[in-house]
Ligand binder design. Structure first.
Ligand code: FAD
Length: 143
């Protein structure tokens, strides 16, 4: 699911990745509605990124101008549909990882577990070193 967006990157770029737990099961319809809403909001604020939903947990990377990332994350964190468990990574970045996606999405149960483990292990020791290749691996060619 690729969503092109025109982005203006002549600004300070920041990236934030968090892990959260859904309060209730998200149906396909719930996820579709969530993505429509995210993509509309993100396109309006030059936010891009990617969302994983797996076994009732979300992992989401958002990136964009620092102010937009902070306000988007504040809204996400206040959302009663999930409980944010931890920020895995946050840092300033020089270029976007997902410049073409207002919100890429993956909900398969066949995500490479080695990559998920690498992300969790890295996050345990640092919130500024992001194993982007492992995150990208989880999106394969389907997005
Ligand atoms: P409003 O115009 O008030 O829109 C609120 C809308 O959000 C409602 O119409 C409804 O569609 C939905 N909504 C909010 N809370 C609930 C609820 N408890 N039950 C059902 N529907 C609800 N927003 C982004 O802008 N960008 C993101 O990348 C993003 N990622 C998200 C990832 C996850 C896992 C979750 C759970 C939410 C995410 N959101 C994201 C949504 C965010 O939490 C806010 O709900 C949204 O940004 C508010 O949008 P708004 O300012 O347009 O508010």
């Amino acid at each position: 699911m690729r969503n092109s967006t025109a982005v203006d990157d002549h600004q300070n770029l920041a990236s934030k990745t968090y892990l959260s737990k859904a309060i209730d099961v998200f149906s396909e319809h719930d996820l579709d509605q969530l993505l429509i809403h995210c993509r509309r909001n993100n396109a309006a604020t030059s936010v891009t990124g990617a969302l994983l939903y797996h076994n009732g947990y979300f992992m989401q990377l958002i990136e964009g101008p620092l102010g937009a990332i902070n306000s988007t994350y504040n809204r996400i964190q206040a959302d009663s549909r999930h409980e944010v468990l931890s920020i895995l990574f946050e840092d300033q970045i020089s270029a976007r990882f997902f410049p073409d996606w207002t919100m890429g999405y993956r909900a398969e149960d066949d995500m490479p577990s080695g990559s998920l483990n690498t992300i969790y292990e890295t996050a345990r020791t640092s919130t500024t070193r992001f194993p982007i290749n492992d995150f990208l691996l989880m999106f394969g060619d389907s997005n």
